[in-house]
Each structure stands twice: as structure tokens, then as C-alpha cells.
Design a protein around this ligand. Structure first.
Ligand code: ATP
Ligand code: MG
Length: 197
């Protein structure tokens, strides 16, 4: 099938961009991050990965690997996530733990990740990252002015406002990290959950 060939080639290309792949473990973990732009998903992901061997799969960074000048169109996202899903499945099959750092606002998008984790026998953790709107606006403005050099995301306040009404409540059990405060206690809670198996 033409489509799967493309996804496989794309996934292979994305893999070449991923560095510092952690060692396999007995039972891999998939952490699904969810949150609006600028709420602190990438920040939280890095804090967590600093405490546990995770490969961070950051959709915005990988988008730029596949598309030099991203358009953020529906077609582009479809192709990107088809490749990301293959990649996540492959790494979990190799028993490598993953943090999926993407907005993941729709339940049906999260469910694809849940079922990949289940099929690979991975432990699933869901974390919703949030922050007060005024803080997010300040952060996204700073990013626009180029003050946030670490960011791979092009999302601005307009994107935030557009995405906000589309966000769906997370149905299952999940952690909530408010990035206006110290996220370290939530990182510790997640670690406690990971150690409890
Ligand atoms: N807990 C925190 N304490 C201090 N600064 C934070 C915290 N969380 C996030 N930030 C800062 O806020 C900005 C936005 O955070 P981040 O890039 O993690 O958001 P994001 O959710 O990944 O956004 P996007 O969806 O656009 O990728 C960054 O400059 C980041 O360093
Ligand atoms: Mg980010």
C-alpha cells in the first residue's frame, strides 16, 4: 500500500534525527503529554526525562525534520502523525520508554497512542499540562520575539486561541501538571507511579 510505504520511509527519516536513545528496559513506558500551546509540555517532558530514561518524541521538532517549511495543514499533520505512530510502536517494541510531547487535545488522537501502548505491553501514563492563560500569553509573546531559543514550536497566541475550544477532556485517569508553579512534585509523583509496578 502506497500510504504505509510513505509512513515507513518518513519514520525511518525521523529516527535518524533522534539522538541519545535510552537503553531498553524490562517493561517500557509511554507517557502521553497533553496540553495547549505554551502550557509547558516540552518543559515538563525535559524535567521528567532528566529523572528516568525516556526518549522524547516532540512532534514540533519532528515536523521540521519531515517538512523544512511546515504549513501545519491537516495533510501535513496526518503524514507526520502516521510516521510518529509507527516510530512510537517500533521503539516500544524495542522496549524503549517514550514521552510523546504533542498537544494531543483530541480523545481519538490520544486513543491511538493508548492502543499502541497496550499492544506493545507498555505501561501508560497520561499527563495534562496546564498554565493560567495570562502566563501562556506572556510566554508565547516572548517566543514570538525570539526570546525562547530552545523552542521548536511555532505556535503563537492565535494558534492557542484557535485550539482552545477544540480541546477534549481526558476521560481516563491522568496526572495534571500546572506549570505556573513548580512541576517537580508532579515529576516525583509520576516517578513513584513508574517505580510501583
Ligand atoms: N514550570 C515552568 N517554570 C518555568 N518556566 C516554564 C515552566 N513551564 C514552561 N516554562 C517556560 O514556558 C515557555 C513555554 O513552555 P513550553 O515550550 O514547554 O510549552 P509547550 O507546551 O511545549 O508549547 P508548544 O505546544 O508550543 O510546544 C518556555 O519558555 C518554558 O521554558
Ligand atoms: Mg513544546
Amino acid at each position: 500500500m502506497m500510504q504505509s510505504t510513505t509512513a515507513e520511509a518518513d519514520a525511518a527519516k525521523l529516527k535518524t534525527a533522534l539522538k541519545d536513545i535510552p537503553l531498553p528496559v524490562a517493561r517500557p513506558v509511554l507517557v502521553v503529554i497533553s496540553g495547549l500551546p505554551g502550557t509547558g509540555k516540552s518543559y515538563f517532558s525535559k524535567k521528567l526525562a532528566g529523572r528516568w530514561p525516556f526518549l522524547i518524541v516532540e512532534s514540533d521538532a519532528l515536523r521540521r525534520v519531515l517538512f523544512r517549511l511546515p504549513s501545519f495543514s491537516a495533510e501535513e499533520s496526518l503524514r507526520l502523525f502516521a510516521a510518529i505512530h509507527l516510530l512510537v510502536k517500533d521503539y516500544l517494541a524495542q522496549r524503549i520508554s517514550i514521552i510523546m510531547d504533542a498537544t494531543n487535545l483530541l480523545e481519538r488522537h490520544r486513543e491511538i497512542l493508548y492502543s499502541i501502548a497496550e499492544r506493545q505491553g507498555a505501561k501508560l501514563i497520561v499527563v495534562r499540562v496546564k498554565a493560567p492563560e495570562e502566563l501562556v500569553r506572556q510566554r508565547l509573546e516572548a517566543r514570538e520575539q525570539g526570546l525562547d531559543r530552545e523552542s521548536h514550536s511555532g505556535a503563537d497566541w492565535t494558534v492557542y486561541e484557535k485550539m482552545k475550544p477544540t480541546a477534549e477532556r481526558i476521560k481516563g485517569w491522568h496526572f495534571v501538571a500546572d506549570s505556573s508553579g513548580d512541576v517537580a512534585p508532579i515529576v516525583e509523583k509520576v516517578l513513584k507511579e513508574l517505580n510501583r509496578r
